[in-house]
Design a protein around this ligand. Structure first.
Ligand SMILES: NC(=O)c1ccc[n+]([C@@H]2O[C@H](COP(=O)([O-])OP(=O)(O)OC[C@H]3O[C@@H](n4cnc5c(N)ncnc54)[C@H](OP(=O)(O)O)[C@@H]3O)[C@@H](O)[C@H]2O)c1
Length: 331
């Protein structure tokens, strides 16, 4: 198979397009002929070596990519409910392996999109993150019908999945925040935000408005600023540090004084310990597929050839993406 390998930790030039033996599925696994692999910020963090000292994290040489779509190539022992040639979306348990023409997934984190009418590039861009959004909003934020939701970095890969799922769960109002340079793209996007505001002018833009649930994959100062927009009982989900500010600390007195909660959500930690969300009935994945098929996740998607993985990473690093990038071995 063709695969992109990070040959060392470093800038995007560490990527090399290589030929590797085709992998075969073990028990409970499915191999997939990949048509599209999504590019996420976590792939950049792995490539840069941000987690290099954390046990179990990828070490060079490795193939990045944790979300793929394609067709089922082979079923491993014991796998039922899928057939060869069926179109599926899958998430990698270990967070790597997707930038390749063949990918081996766990059946439990694979969902069929056959007959759903969802474009494959949109499917890989939205369905896994929408499943994460469903898990975070139901099992962590406990979103109730009629509540108001604020989403930071509103066009980001993870963030852009939240408005559709929040709407599906009955949220009354969903506001997104982006940097000024992305306001037009966000306002013209087909994502179901009721309003998009400038993340550098939150006080002026939002005034006295309050949000029961805040989704924050950005972190840094915006995490602390968000507390001012939460009513007593409000819940903020810290879901990433896209800002790169890993040292930011929230003053915990603000939590009890404001009677608000900050909860963390990390799919890599939460899903394996809460397997009921993705198996056996896969409620989060099925809800995600339903929401995207219903048009609740129409983010902008651009597809580049697999061989342009380094260029894709450079653009993500330069924040030159207003939507999602996917890589295709067939492009
Ligand atoms: N909790 C989980 O399970 C989970 C799952 C997937 C990803 N994540 C994490 O969530 C974060 C976002 O990942 P993603 O794949 O959604 O990334 P992404 O597509 O690049 O989106 C990140 C968003 O954050 C904003 N941002 C603010 N400061 C930034 C900076 N210095 N560099 C880049 N973006 C910045 C950007 O919006 P503006 O330019 O408008 O500010 C951008 O749209 C990462 O920390 C990732 O590790 C967590």
């Amino acid at each position: 198979m063709h695969a992109i390998q990070a040959t060392a930790f470093g800038d995007p030039t560490v990527f090399a397009l290589t030929e590797l033996p085709d992998p075969t599925p073990g028990p409970g696994q499915i191999s997939i002929d990949v048509t599209h692999a999504a590019v996420g910020l976590i792939d950049l963090f792995f490539r840069q070596g941000l987690y290099k000292d954390t046990p179990g994290m990828p070490q060079p040489p490795f193939t990045p990519g944790l979300e793929v779509t394609g067709t089922v190539r082979e079923l491993g022992a014991g796998v039922t409910g899928f057939r060869t040639g069926e179109q599926v979306v899958a998430m990698a348990n270990g967070g790597v392996g997707g930038y390749a023409s063949v990918f081996v997934a766990t059946a439990a984190t694979t969902v069929s999109i056959d007959g759903s009418g969802i474009d494959p590039a949109l499917a890989v861009s939205m369905v896994p993150n929408a499943a994460m959004a469903h898990a975070a909003l139901t099992a962590v934020a406990h979103l109730r019908e009629g509540e108001r939701v604020l989403v930071h970095g509103a066009l980001g890969g993870l963030a852009s999945a939240f408005p559709g799922i929040a709407k599906q769960l009955g949220a009354a109002r969903i506001v997104g925040t982006v940097l000024p340079g992305k306001l037009d793209a966000a306002r013209n996007s087909r994502l179901p935000y009721d309003r998009v505001v400038d993340s550098t002018r939150l006080t002026e833009e939002l005034g006295e408005e309050k949000f029961d649930v805040v989704i924050d994959p950005v972190g840094g100062q915006i995490r602390t600023q968000s507390l001012a927009f939460m009513p007593p009982g409000g819940r903020l989900i810290a879901a990433g540090n896209a800002s790169g500010d890993w040292g930011h600390a929230v003053n915990d007195s603000q939590l009890w004084l404001g009677s608000v909660t900050i909860a963390g959500f990390n799919a890599g930690a939460f899903l394996p310990t809460h397997p009921g969300l993705v198996q056996p009935a896969q409620p989060a994945l099925h809800a995600a597929r339903t929401a995207i098929a219903a048009g609740l996740g129409q983010t902008a998607v651009e597809t580049l050839p697999l061989s342009e993985a380094a260029h894709a990473h450079q653009r993500m690093q330069d924040r030159d993406v207003a939507g999602r990038l996917t890589l295709s071995p067939q492009a």
